[in-house]
Ligand binder design. Structure first.
Ligand SMILES: Nc1ncnc2c1ncn2[C@@H]1O[C@H](COP(=O)(O)OP(=O)(O)OP(=O)(O)O)[C@@H](O)[C@H]1O
Ligand SMILES: [Mg+2]
Length: 260
């Protein structure tokens, strides 16, 4: 199967601010993710990792600054030099450029693995039922689940459910794929099978932004590690730079904690 994001997936985050009830949780984030790049986003609980990830596909609007994917806004359009939020329908279409995989899988419980993967491409009228089925079978095969196409989520292990969720995200051929702690709800013995799938996507040149506490995995797979603390990017660099020789005390404290 061809490279998923195919040279696309430039994410440009510029001076993003976001508050909830008057509390600023993103305090001017600048971050560019290049096509094919794998960025691991690390940081303590509450530092704003999920919020930042959610601004990339406009699950969260921003108060100031901008986020574009391949030069285009997901939730806004520029009219007369001003940004206007788009209608929900338009946002839904554009949001499909960015796939997201959550900690708790979020599969549709009443649909089989296959139906979970075909649902969006058919609902969004991207593919006929037959074509969506063909695509979905290929994707399930790719995540090692060709024998589970007809199983319901409740009949699958956590690791299998998460792999279905990844196949589902891929079905819309996103330009970039986001992972929010994809393995932290899994029993330890199931973590590896999900990381294997993500590792394959990285090798294929998919643009990935991964929030994770799996430091060993970040070291191995990420091109760049970005450390977030209290709504700011505190430090970033290669895994060697940030994980082996952190410059900031907060990064060192965080690593000491997660590495136990
Ligand atoms: N919808 C919301 N309404 C109000 N506050 C929110 C909302 N979403 C996030 N927050 C707050 O914003 C801050 C950042 O949250 P966020 O979920 O981005 O952190 P995180 O780095 O992902 O943390 P964790 O590692 O625990 O997942 C937290 O203080 C959180 O309570
Ligand atoms: Mg989070």
């Amino acid at each position: 199967m061809s490279v998923v994001t195919d040279g696309r997936g430039l994410v440009e985050i510029h001076n993003v601010h976001k508050s909830f009830h008057g509390v600023e949780v993103l305090k001017g984030i600048d971050l560019t993710v290049h096509p094919g790049e794998v960025v691991a986003l690390l940081g303590p609980s509450g530092s704003g990792k999920s919020t930042l990830l959610r601004t990339i596909n406009h699950l969260e609007s921003v108060d100031a600054g901008s986020v574009t994917v391949d030069g285009e806004f997901i939730g806004y359009e520029l009219r007369h030099g001003k940004l206007h939020e788009l209608h929900e329908r338009e946002i839904l279409q554009r949001r499909t450029r960015v796939g997201i995989v959550f900690q708790n899988f979020h599969l549709f419980p009443h649909l089989t693995a296959l139906e979970n993967v075909t649902e969006a491409p058919v609902a969004l009228k991207r593919l006929s039922k037959d074509n969506a089925r063909e695509l979905a079978l290929g994707l399930l095969d790719r995540v090692g689940l060709s024998d589970k196409a007809d199983a319901y989520p409740r009949q699958l292990s956590g690791g299998q459910q998460q792999r279905v969720a990844i196949a589902r995200a891929l079905a819309l051929k996103p330009q970039v794929l986001l992972f929010d702690e994809p393995t932290s709800a899994l029993d330890p013995e199931l973590v590896g099978e999900v990381l294997d799938v993500i590792r394959d996507l990285a090798k294929l040149g998919t643009t990935l932004v991964i929030v994770t506490h799996e430091i060993g995995f970040a070291r191995e797979v990420a091109d760049r590690v970005v450390f977030l603390d209290q709504g700011r990017v505190i430090e970033q660099g290669t895994p060697q730079e940030v994980l082996e020789r952190p410059r900031h005390a907060r990064t060192r404290e965080f690593l000491a904690k997660v590495l136990g």
